[in-house]
Design a protein around this ligand. Structure first.
Ligand SMILES: [Zn+2]
Length: 473
């Protein structure tokens, strides 16, 4: 199974035995590696592409409309964000939190995101829910646009693969040495393929892609001032830009206009190599796919996007924010930036998942109201998208993906139950109320302090704070 997602480790370099390695040894290896990746993707994608085409052309309204659809719950059980937490019923089995003593003096914390626990799917039937459904359906196409073996291969042409594989090998060796030093039963923190994505992110952020707020004037290189939107030119439209921001040079002698087309085609972005989080994550996630990883594109309702990459080594999805250069720091937004999050929905070429619980561990402090639709409706939409993506897969593949989903659900339940237990213990008499001894929280704090350092260095990061201009995504 590791073969399907994981890129096989490179053969170790032969130990120096006095004789030189043949000329071109490394580049031959790179070519062979790329060929292997390409074949792997080809097999995977050709098997899927015909079925994807078939399923995407169907109108996906009939998935849960047969007798599998349960009757709607009484409104008291509707998981509406404005109502109190639902009472778990026999119809909606919810894992009970561990038996903990009740905190007597203070009111117990409200656990909004416990409402994200899988609930009975209910088909959307009001205009607000239908609008949300149609938006999610449309967002769900993003990762499918990358599933083109030819374009993915071409994309690798811009990546200094040899350097990235070398760095990955070096880091992977370090992780192995570290594990070996701890004892025979320790596993390296990350595997080789994880290290490939880490090296890719470093290169992407430091050398390849450029962050643009207001583009500089092309004539005199002075800063520009936002001047509204413009209609896309035929060339811009042909390359997929439906929105073009217009800027005017601040230099009174110049006053030239500068156009900033917002491209959302990852392959076009390989050429333009600039943008904000939307462009960054689109292009970077496609490249992660190109180097053979399973990827997700995560949409957050509070105006941010990021990626998740599946770690075969850790058997779980890993948060990756290429704009921030952050790896496996899911609490960056809530505990690091102090943002409140409502929905974080992950889309991939083979499904859809509500991953909010990974990013919001303490709903009292960091959950924003989830009021775009009821939780039952959201669950229905997510199942609908997943069913659409998996419709024509063979049984074995579906079974494997379902097992992954169940493992992830158990993981997400566990983090919420741990957070619940921690917060209850904190408000009990004698609870320390101090910072949580949680490695994820620790990393979020580190990420925050490194962001502060960068601000001090003069890097403009205001677009990443809660108060940033929503147009700056
Ligand atoms: Zn100018």
């Amino acid at each position: 199974m590791a073969d399907r997602n994981g890129v096989p480790r490179r053969k170790p370099v032969p130990p120096p035995s006095g004789q030189q390695l043949p000329e071109g040894w490394a580049s031959d290896l790179t070519v062979a590696f790329r060929r292997k990746l390409s074949t792997k993707r080809m097999n995977e994608l050709t098997r899927r592409s015909s079925s994807q085409r078939r399923s995407s052309s169907r109108v996906p309204t009939d998935f849960f409309t047969d007798n599998r659809q349960p009757p709607p719950l009484p409104s008291r059980h509707g998981f509406d964000a404005s109502s109190q937490p639902p009472i778990p019923s026999r119809q909606a089995p919810v894992s009970p939190p561990p038996q903990l003593p009740l905190p007597p003096p203070q009111a117990p914390p409200e656990y909004e995101s416990l409402k994200n626990l899988p609930s009975i799917p209910v088909a959307p039937n009001d205009s607000k829910s239908l609008r949300f459904r149609s938006m999610l359906m449309s967002l769900s196409n993003t990762p499918c646009r990358w599933e083109n073996p030819g374009l993915l291969d071409e994309a690798l042409g811009v990546v200094p693969l040899q350097r990235i594989y070398d760095q990955a090998q070096e880091e992977s060796d370090l992780f192995m040495a570290e594990a070996a030093s701890l004892g025979p039963h320790f596993k390296p923190a990350w595997g080789y393929q994880d290290c490939v994505v880490r090296a890719l992110m470093k290169w992407f952020k430091q050398e390849f892609f450029e962050w643009v707020n207001n583009p500089l004037c092309a004539t005199c290189h002075t800063r520009t001032i936002a001047h509204g939107m413009a209609a896309p030119l035929p060339d811009e439209q042909a390359r997929g830009a439906n929105r073009v921001e217009l800027y005017q040079c601040a230099n009174q002698q110049c006053l030239s206009f500068e156009r900033f087309p917002r491209y959302n085609d990852a392959f076009v972005l390989l050429q333009t190599r600039r943008g904000r989080s939307g462009e960054w994550v689109n292009c970077f996630t496609m490249l992660c796919r190109a180097v053979g990883s399973r990827v997700r594109w995560v949409w957050n309702a509070e105006d941010h996007v990021w990626a998740e990459v599946y770690s075969v080594h850790r058997k779980r999805w890993v948060h990756v924010d290429c704009c921030e250069g952050q790896w496996d720091t899911p609490l960056l937004y809530s505990q690091g930036w102090g943002k409140k999050l409502s929905y974080c929905i992950a889309f991939s070429a083979d499904g859809c998942c509500d991953v909010t619980r990974r990013y919001v561990r303490n709903p009292t402090d960091h959950a924003a109201p989830r009021n775009r639709c009821s939780e039952g409706v959201l669950s229905h939409i997510i199942r609908e998208i997943t069913a659409m993506r998996r419709r024509d897969m063979d049984k074995k593949e579906k079974f494997r993906l379902n097992a992954d989903d169940m493992r992830e659900d158990a993981e997400l339940r566990k983090v919420i139950i741990e957070a619940l237990a921690f917060n209850v213990s904190r408000i009990l008499p004698g609870g320390d109320g101090g910072p949580r001894n949680d490695p994820d929280a620790q990393k979020a704090a580190e990420a925050r302090s490194s962001a502060v350092t960068e601000v001090r260095r003069g890097v403009d990061r205001k677009q990443h704070t809660g108060s940033r201009d929503p147009r700056q995504q």
